[in-house]
Design a protein around this ligand. Structure first.
Ligand SMILES: C[S@@+](CC[C@H](N)C(=O)[O-])C[C@H]1O[C@@H](n2cnc3c(N)ncnc32)[C@H](O)[C@@H]1O
Length: 231
């Protein structure tokens, strides 16, 4: 797997980590669905009242099948799976997919049966979502009710102000300039709705206008509704 210069994947104490120069990138990046922020959010994060849950239709009690087509480090997908939804995670950057795979394996083997059950609802599909979604449809394998998108947004801040964790992540993921193509494919494939996470002040992704908008403190969700989700 090719990585940008100065970055490497290393296994430390059984955990796969992305490491780089500490001055520039801060601490290594890894996926932890068991402890830390994930555990805190699982216990105290607000359940179905969370913006991502409402956007995906879980707020009113539905439990749709979901594809997170921009999985990243799996944080949004983990929230959705914690609330009971089956989630297929698609991630195209091999190093990020490797971190996710490692995090999911550790969660699946965890002593806490609740964490293992959440991991069992999360399935990773490494690859580009436009191609993978087309393949799923062509094979008539699976029609997700909801597709969740959270493409990278090109930030304007000077790089010194960007959180170090985000710096290492951006180095890998780039700017996701093809988000409009992904939205078009997602709108073809999802049976019920496509939801797009955006920074609060950012314009919607190029394409049809969203039907609804859910505003949060720092981000919002643009909702493209095809039909309502019943419980
Ligand atoms: C902002 S991050 C997503 C963060 C994620 N929501 C989370 O909770 O951790 C965007 C991710 O989507 C991935 N991505 C963007 N376009 C994609 C595509 N067409 N197919 C697969 N992955 C894509 C990028 O590589 C990046 O890892």
């Amino acid at each position: 797997m090719t990585l940008p210069p100065g970055l490497a994947l290393e296994r430390r104490d059984g955990v796969l980590m992305l490491v780089g120069d500490t001055e520039r990138y801060g601490n290594p990046l890894w996926v932890d669905f068991v402890g830390g922020k994930a555990a805190h959010r699982r216990r105290f994060g607000g359940g179905r009242g969370q913006l991502v849950a409402k956007a995906c239709g879980l707020g009113k009690g539905a439990l749709p099948s979901i594809v997170d087509a921009t999985a990243g480090l799996g944080r949004d997908a983990f929230v959705l799976a914690t609330l009971g939804a089956p989630v297929l995670l698609i991630e195209r950057v091999p190093a990020i997919a490797a971190l996710l795979d490692d995090g999911l394996m550790r969660a699946a083997r965890d002593d806490d049966p609740e964490v293992a059950a959440i991991a069992a609802r999360m399935q990773l599909c490494p690859g580009d979502a436009v191609r993978e979604l087309d393949t799923l449809v062509a094979a008539a394998a699976f029609s997700p009710q909801v597709i969740h998108l959270d493409p990278m947004f090109p930030h304007r801040e000077k790089s010194a102000l960007v959180k170090k964790e985000m710096r290492i992540f951006r180095e890998l993921a780039g700017a996701d300039d093809d988000a409009a193509e992904l939205l078009a494919t997602a709108l073809d494939v999802a049976t019920h709705r496509v939801v797009v996470k955006r920074p609060r002040k950012a314009p919607p992704i190029e394409g049809p206008a969203p039907n609804h908008v859910l505003e949060g403190k720092t981000s919002r969700y643009d909702l493209y509704v095809k039909q309502s989700l019943s419980r």
